[in-house]
Every structure is written in C-alpha cells, then in structure tokens.
Design a protein around this ligand. Sequence first.
Ligand SMILES: Nc1ncnc2c1ncn2[C@@H]1O[C@H](COP(=O)(O)OP(=O)(O)OP(=O)(O)O)[C@@H](O)[C@H]1O
Length: 922
Amino acid sequence: MNPPSNNHTIEPRDLGNSSANFNGINSLQSKVSSEAKFQHILHSPVMTEPSTTLISQVGHKFPEVFRLRQGSYGDLPSAKISELMKSTSLDHLLLQNAPTQSLLSVVNGILEESVERRNGEIPHRVACLLRKVVQEIERRISTQAAHLKTQNNLFKAREEKYHSRIKILEALTFGTKEESEVGRTKKEDKKVEELKHFDKINIEKEMVNDLKPIEGTKKMENDKDVIRYTKDIEDKNMEISTLKQELETMRKTYEVQLSQLEAKAEAEKKVDDKEIIKYVKELEDKNMEVLTLKKNLETMKKTYEIQCSQLEAKTEKEKMADDKGVIKYIKELEDKNVEILAFKQELETLKKTYEVKCSQLEAKVNEKENVDDKEIIKYIKELEDKNVEISTFKQELETTKKTYEVKCSQLEAKVEDAKEELKHKSQEYEHLLEKLRNEVKENEVISESKYQKWIMKENEIRKAVNFQFSSIQKLKLSWESIKQDAMKEQKIYSEECNLLGINLKSLVDAAESYQIVLAENRKLFNEVQELKGNIRVYCRLRPFLPGQKEKQSIVEHIGETDLVVANPAKQGKEALRTFKFNKVFGPTSTQAEVYADIQAFIRSVLDGFNVCIFAYGQTGSGKTYTMSGPNGATTESLGVNYRALNDLFSISTSRKGSIEYDIGVQIIEIYNEQVRDLLSTDASSKKLGILSHSQPNGLAVPDATMQPVKSTSDVIKLMDIGLKNRAKGSTAMNERSSRSHSVVSIHVHGKDKKSGSSLQGNLHLVDLAGSERVDRSEVTGDRLKEAQHINKSLSALGDVIFALAQKTSHVPYRNSKLTQLLQSSLGGQAKTLMLVQINSDLKSFSESLSTLKFAERVSGVELGAAKSTKDGRDVRELMEQVSSLKDTILVKDKEIEKLQLLKDLKNVYPSVNSENPETTSE
Ligand SMILES: Nc1ncnc2c1ncn2[C@@H]1O[C@H](COP(=O)(O)OP(=O)(O)OP(=O)(O)O)[C@@H](O)[C@H]1O
C-alpha cells in the first residue's frame, strides 16, 4: 500500500511514447495522437476499476461514479471516515464493489485521522478495516497480474497461430512439399483445406469459363509466357513475403510492445492500485487495438489464403498437365496472372477500403476525442489537483515521517541510553555472575568435599547397616532361641503355676491353720498373761519436781520388781521395808518405757478382753502424768491413754484384712459417788446411772456419750473436751482432778470378716482420786464429804480385790460407783493393771507407805500361785491387818458421823460443848 508517487503517475508523455510504438505497428494507430490515446486510456473503465464484475455492474455510468468518488474522496469528512471506521457494514460486497480509488481514499483518511487525532495509533477495529482494504487491493493486483498473464499467453498462442498460418501460406506459395507441415494443426489445416477446396472449385469454374474463349489462341504461346507467369507468381510471392515481413514486423513490434507492457506490468505489479488500473486499462486498449488489427489481418489473411489456394491449385494443375496442356496451362497462367492482377487490384481496393475505414474510424475517434477533450482536460486538471493533494499529503506524510523519525531518533537515543544502562547493568550482572560463579565454584568444591564426606558417611552407614543387619540376623537367631527358651519357660511357668496353685492351696490351708495358730497364740498369750496374773501392779516413783526444796527420799533401793523404803522414824534394818511388784519404774523412767510394759494389755482388748488400767496414789504422785501426760505434752511425754489408743488404731488397721473394728470412746467422771458424762455438753447437770449387770457390749454407763473415733487425733480432741469439762468443776481450794475419779472407756467392737463372728473388748483407763488419808486432811464440810466418798470408793475397790483374791462367791462390786463401773474389767477374764504412783519425798512417807502396803496387798493377792508359795502366817497376818484396818475405818467413820452430828447441833444450839476432836479422830 505504497502511496502513489510521482513516478507512478501516468504522464501524457509516457503514454505518448507508447502510442508512438503503436503508430509504428499499425498505420491506423499512427493517426491517433498520444494525448488522445492517454485520454482514451484515462476514460477507460478499466483505468478506474480493474474488476470486470464492477465494470459490468457500473457499466457506462462508471466514469460518473469514478468522477464523483474522485472528487469526493479528498473532501471525505473525517466524520464519514470515522463512521466508516466504526461501521460494521463494510462487508465483503462493499469492499468488492468500491472503486480502488475510494479504498485508497479511505486508507488515506484513516491514516490522516490516525496521525491527526490518535498520534499514529490505530485502533484494532480500524486496523482490521485497513487490513481488509489492503487485502482487497492486493487481491485486485493479483487478479490483474493473472489477467495479464492470461493475455500474454493468449498473445503467444495467437502468435503461434500466425506463425503456422504464415508457414501454410509459404507452403502454398512454394509448393506442396510443405503440405505435411501445414497439416500440423488439424483445425487450421481442415479450414485451409475446406477453403482450398471451395476456392479451387470456384477458380476452376472461373478458369474454365475464362479459358473457353481463348483456348484456341493461347495454345501457341511459348515458354516465355510460362516464365513470365512464373515471374509473376514470384512477384506475387514477393508481395506475399513483403506482407509477411510487414506482418512479422508488426508482430515483432507488437511483441516488443507486449514485452514492454509485460515488463511494465511486471515492474508495476507492486505499484499502487491507481497506476495498475491505468496500465491495465492501457493494456486493454492495446488489446482492443490489437484485436481490431488482428481481425483485419485475419480477413486479409483469409483472402490471401483463398487466392493463394486458388493459385496453388492452378499451379498444381499446370504442373501436372502434359505437354499438351502446357499451352493451356500457360494460358491458365496468363489467366491467373490476370486474376492475380485483379486480385491485386482487389487487394489494393481492400487495402484502400481498409485505410478509408481506418481513416473514418480515426476521424470518428478524433471526433469523439474532440468531444471528450474538455472532459479529459478537466479530468487531467482534477488529476493534477489530486496530484497536488497527493504531493501535499506526501509532504504531510513526510513531515509526519520526519516527526516520527525525530521521535524515533529520540527513542533511539533513549534506547541508546537504556542500552548504556543495560550495558552497565549487564557489566554489573556479569560481575555478579562472576562472583556467583566463583561462589558456585566454591560451593561446588564444598559440595564436592561434602559429597566425599557423604560418601564416606554412606560407606560408614552401609557398614553400620551391614553390621546392624548381621546383628539383626544374630538377634533373630537369639530371638528364636529366646523364643524357644520363652516357650520352655512358659511351659515351666505353667507347671510352676500349677505347682504354685497347689502350694497356694497349701498356703491357704497354712493361713487358715495360721489363724488357728494365731488364735492359739492369743490364747497362749492370754494364758501367759493370766499366769502372770490378771491383776498386775506396777510401781512408779515420781521424780523430785524442779522447784521442790526438800529432796530427801524415803526410797532406799529401786530394783526391777522390788522397792526398799526407809522409815525416817526408825533406825537400822527395822527402818527398811521391801515391797515387791510386777514392775518398778524409777524416777528416771520415761513414758515410753512405762508403756512398753503396758502394751500387751492393749493387744488383749482387740482380742476381745476387757482391760482396766488405773493409777493409784496420793495427790501429786503423778497419776495424771502417767495416764495422760503433762499439760502441753509432746510425743515423748504422751501418757498411757494416747499411746494405748494409738496402738489400738494401728493394730486394728493391721488386722483390717481379717477383722473390722469399730472403736468408740466414753469419758466419765465419778465425783462424790456421782457419775458424770464429760463428753456431754451439759456434763455438769447430767447424772448417769450405772448398770448393775453390764451389757453384752460391755457398756456399764450406756447413757454416757459414745464418740466413735477413727484416729488418735479424734481421741486427743475428745480428751481435751473431757479435761475441759473436768476442770469446770474445780474450785479455788483444790484441784477437782484430785477429788474425783476420771474414767476413759474405750469400747472396741470387732467383726471377723471370714467367720462373721464378732468380739467386744473394753479398755478402762482410770485416773483415781488422791488416796491420801482423810484423817490427815483435817477437812470438814464438802471436803470431808469428798474425802469420805473417795475413801469409800477406794475401800470398795480394795474389798472387791480381796473378794476376788479370796475367790469368794460374792464380790462386793455394788459398794461404790467405781467398782460398779469397773465390774466387767475386774475379775473373770478381765485384766487389771494397777499403776501405783509414789511420791518419794520425806513428807509423804506415811501416805507412800500406806499406798505401798495397799498395792503390795493387791499384788500379793493376784500373784496367785506365786503367792500360794508364801506361808500361811503371812496370809493370816495380812488378813488380820486388813480386818483391823477395816474395823479402824468403820470406827473412824462412826466417829466422823458423830462429830458431824455434834457440829450440826452446835450450829443449832451454840451452848452445847463439843468433844475434843483429837480424841474422836483417833
Ligand atoms: N514421772 C514424772 N516426771 C516428772 N514430773 C512428774 C512425774 N510425775 C508427776 N510429775 C509432776 O508432778 C506433779 C503432780 O503430778 P500429778 O498432777 O500427775 O499428780 P496426781 O497424782 O495426778 O495429783 P492429783 O491426784 O491431784 O491429780 C505435776 O506437776 C507433774 O508434772
């Protein structure tokens, strides 16, 4: 789609040259001026539209259309172009029907608008449109090229035909030798033969008619005439050859022109559509001319051919005639000569007629050209204008091109800069790349070394794996052997299990027998206890207290089971008296040491025995210390009560597999022969009765609060409560604890889990009131009453013990609340432990001696068999002593009652004189 350039513009001089060529070819065309020819070409429809289809569609109106479009495309408004650009109706048919000029104008318009409005940017849709238009133009050019080629081929074919015809003519002229050559083209030959035949018949008829009048006269003519005729024929042949030459020249000229046109067409294949159209138009004009010439030539040729055939026929006849016929033949030749002359004349006439016709045609053409001249000039002017516009457009294009070039140069400069930058960057990158390469090399080296290491490691691992594998194999083998062993072991195990079952059965039997043995052991233990004596007496000596001034002791010797007391009023051996007990604890003995010898009694409680442990002694001799411990006792100084309960819990826990124990605690107080519940919240007010016969559960005071205990801490809490309640009864004069008996009763109920049998054991821990002699107290009133109650209860205790010792049928338990309370734990299967507390200071000698004598008496009774070894005199002495003491007590009690009576009377009757108290007390 190159824009039309100046050298592509068809100038009149160019066309003049071509017309000159035509003039050289044909005399008819020589008369046509170059300018007229140009205008003729320009007016040709082919010039504006190469498409024959369009020509047929537009027909004679095409110039108008062309003119209109020629005139308007330059002025085509941009809006229209835009519309065209936007239009989707520019379909194939529209493209096909539109003149190439219009298509070019559309392209120009698009380019212009793109340059003006869009800074050279062409939208996609417009680009598509352009592509379509360009494709259409290209299609037309290619069609024209194909058309030219076809025409060229036609010309060549026609040329060949002419050549063959010329040859035929030559053959006709020079003899029949060439007949074979003439027959090469069957069609032509057939035509020629038909013509020949037709002409021959006619000629022969004419000749016969002509020869008839002169037949007689010409017979005599000689060979000269023949030569002349021959010469004439030769002349004819010359003329024919001249014609041939002319024809050849024409052909050559035509060929030259054709080649020029072809060259032009070939060269201008790529030129724009406008010029191609022009050239094609020109070519078609030439073709038309050539066709016209060819037609004329054809006519001429036919005429010549007929004549030639006639002549040939004549010549043949003449040649074939015998001597006789020579004259005739000569005549015929002469006739022929005449005929030739006539033919010549006819030819001349024809030529002239042809020329006349040509001149007429030329005249007509000139006429027409004159008529169209003005229009042509106008067209030329318009064309020039268009050329000017085109040149302007070209200039604009040039300007745009330059602008683009400038931009391009700028862009190139930028590109150069960018290239420089890129170069710089590429250098940097190369540097980096080099660096990276170095790093890569280093890494490669490292990785190589690592690889080597890995290989080494791999080898090591392989070795290890192999080793592991062999180990696994070994392990497998050992596993197998272990499996075998395990199976063996399992077998052995099952055997052993069976054996174990058997053994277990025997063990169960053994356990059962163990229980039996254990029961027997308990029985034996109790028997031993019994052998030792169900009433046992331990004597404990209180140490001197830290603030005590007089530290002279009456105790001369302390043995394991014996104690020697010295009477400070006597001298020598008479002063010494030995007492024997089951156990004697010196002043340095600890709480733990004392309890160790009591512990066995505690075990008996859990075996279902009743145990009574009571502390006997004068006030301040250490009863409470031994039973409970001092105030704020530590673990070491805890008394028998806590230790006994602690043991009960631990032993019951150890036996819980076989026996389930329930332990309950009661704490009561006997004061002035009244029983009080120390665990009750209103202990002071509540007075409890004692059952004459103890219950099967061993409870003598069932109304007293029974607190179940699970641990030692529970017991400690209860003890604290009991102590607090006991303390409430204390007076300013004396400690309550000294004047009442406190009893902590622990009731144990055990249930054998296996046999379901139950047992009941009771433990009484009794802290007795002080045993000091009442007569020494010099008391009156409440203290006297208290003393009497204390003496009575202690006396009743002594009576019970003696009764038990005498094994009399009647044991006087009912004489005191104390003996009533302890009834179940005194005598029978019950075990009784009396802890005799001695204050060894000199002041307490009398009380200590009295206590020791009481304890010795109790102890002596219980020793039973041992005691039986004693002689009868001692027993009697003791019995007498006891009875005298009893008598003395009775007398004393009577005196006390008398004195009390007198006292009361004196208060009522102050005038009544009282007796001497010293005499009554004695
Ligand atoms: N074995 C001992 N070791 C150290 N101190 C003791 C010992 N026995 C008793 N005592 C102390 O002697 C004092 C009197 O003891 P305790 O109160 O136990 O005598 P008691 O016989 O219970 O008197 P009461 O009949 O008035 O209750 C207390 O201060 C006590 O701490």
